[in-house]
Ligand binder design. Structure first.
Ligand SMILES: Nc1ncnc2c1ncn2[C@@H]1O[C@H](COP(=O)(O)OP(=O)(O)OP(=O)(O)O)[C@@H](O)[C@H]1O
Ligand SMILES: [Mg+2]
Length: 323
């Protein structure tokens, strides 16, 4: 604009108005434009561009300089074609980066889950036999009370190990079998009730607003596993107490489950890492909770989005097509 100003002439004011308007539109709509599809972006850029052109041409006509209109039209058409190409190129580059990132993540997940599954499988067998013998021992008659309690602790710890191993095993298991119609409203309600006892200990209230009789195609047990993982994360993020909100509603054939916490939140780069196997910031975390949950949601044809702000909280939105 500075250069155009130095060139002088009345045209500067048209350029000034045009560019200021365009800047304002872009600043106000910046975030929205980012979420547009490629086609919509092209349409949007074209509309803004031709609106600019229209203003210039109207000005020319107004000032009786119509001889310049045809030149301007050719000039703007060429500029528009170049602009479209630039937008397309940028879009394609962004798409490729996203695909490459997904590929890398999937590949890592594949290797890790196979490794985890084979180790977990090998470890499970000796664990089962140890558990069996401990159980036999505990039935013995001439045991002291203290010995009995030791055996009980050992059995509990073995069960804990078993459940971790089951988690790892489900990383590698394909989850596409057994999809049936499930009443998701019921499942969310049940899980919220289940988690209430866990949250009470930590001074956290769970509030829920669940629309009745919503159905999706999925698997009850797996859906519960997903909800428990995400709600548990929300509770763990609010270690000083707070409110966890669970919304479930249908809109345009899409069922959304929102799990909102006002806990410690995450930065953009942390959000990006969610779902990566073994990514955890917790001392006792395994970092497989979300990896499994994201896989299960994908297998049920759903999708997840995460919005988070450090210090403010996190919103997980799970969406499924209504069945
Ligand atoms: N609601 C949340 N608020 C803040 N951080 C979160 C939230 N949910 C997940 N995270 C972050 O993502 C990480 C990974 O979560 P994930 O559930 O996969 O593993 P984990 O909770 O650490 O361990 P576990 O496997 O026992 O669930 C967490 O360690 C935490 O840093
Ligand atoms: Mg977790």
């Amino acid at each position: 604009m500075l250069i155009r100003f130095m060139m002088g002439g009345e045209g500067f004011y048209v350029v000034f108005v045009n560019y200021s308007l365009t800047c304002a539109v872009l600043i106000f709509m910046g975030n929205k434009i980012e979420s547009f599809h490629k086609k919509n972006k092209l349409v949007f850029v074209s509309i803004v561009f031709w609106a600019n052109t229209l203003i210039v041409i109207l000005t020319l006509l107004f000032k009786n300089q119509s001889s310049q209109v045809s030149f301007m039209l050719i000039f703007y058409t060429i500029t528009w074609i170049c602009l479209m190409m630039v937008v397309l190129i940028i879009e394609n580059i962004n798409q490729q980066i996203a695909i490459r990132e997904k590929l890398q993540r999937d590949e890592k997940l594949n290797v890790v889950s196979q490794l985890a599954a084979s180790v977990a499988h090998e470890v499970r067998n000796p664990l089962t036999s140890v558990r069996g013998f401990l159980q036999l021992m505990s039935d013995g008659e001439n045991l002291l009370e203290s010995q009995k309690s030791y055996i009980k602790i050992a059995l509990n710890e073995l069960d804990h190990a078993q459940s971790i191993i089951n988690d790892y095993l489900s990383l590698a298991k394909p989850h596409t079998e057994e999809l049936s119609f499930i009443n998701i409203s019921e499942e969310v309600k049940k899980t919220v009730e289940l988690m209430k006892s866990y949250s009470n200990i930590q001074n956290i209230t769970i509030e829920s607003n669940i629309q009745d009789s919503l159905y999706i195609k999925g698997n009850k047990g797996e859906m519960k596993q997903v909800l428990v993982n995400i709600i548990k994360n929300g509770i763990e993020a609010m270690n000083t107490g707070g409110i966890l909100t669970v919304h479930t509603f249908e809109n345009d054939g899409v069922i959304s489950i929102e799990i909102i916490d006002n806990g410690k939140g995450m930065t953009k780069s942390q959000v990006k890492k969610l779902g990566t196997p073994f990514y955890t910031t917790k001392e006792k975390g395994t970092g497989v909770g979300l990896t499994i949950s994201f896989q299960l949601i994908q297998a049920m044809k759903g999708k997840v989005t995460v919005q988070s702000e450090p210090g403010k909280g996190t919103t997980f939105t799970i969406q499924f097509p209504s069945a």
